[in-house]
Design a protein around this ligand. Sequence first.
Ligand SMILES: [Zn+2]
Length: 167
Amino acid sequence: MSRNVIIDDAFIKTDAFRERFERQISPEPNTGCWIWDGSYTTFGYGKVYVKTADYRAHRISWSIFRNGANLPSPGVVICHSCDNRWCVNPDHLWPGSQSENMIDAVKKGRMPQAGRRGDRNATAKLTRDEALAIRNSSGMLKLAAEEFGVSVSTIHLIRVGRTWKNL
Ligand SMILES: [Zn+2]
């Protein structure tokens, strides 16, 4: 399905937009990934709203930090070297075509993605009730991480159902 949206990328060139974008990044010290601390698409990519349109956060990040604040050309897929869809670290992003992205996915064995084991250490720190409270929480990852005394990635993984699957 293609949407014929006329892409106006003037918005990503403003300091105000960049500052707003940067406030929604939570770096994860172990992996170096930048976890998107905003809303998500149903496919697990970070999402940025601009006026009435929404954009994938990692494409915006690559545009801001790697492409002189220009959106990628149509047909260019921004791929993750870290395989974490929610990551917006420009160092983990590279531009490719859809077919390169598929080849990369097959090579890395990420198609289809098998249910990964949960992060045991992070899981062990929480009680079932706390995990449930996190699953039902909303708002910024950073704030929930402070509230529960765990990392932003722990909060994220619980909310997306990657850990504590059987709540
Ligand atoms: Zn990453």
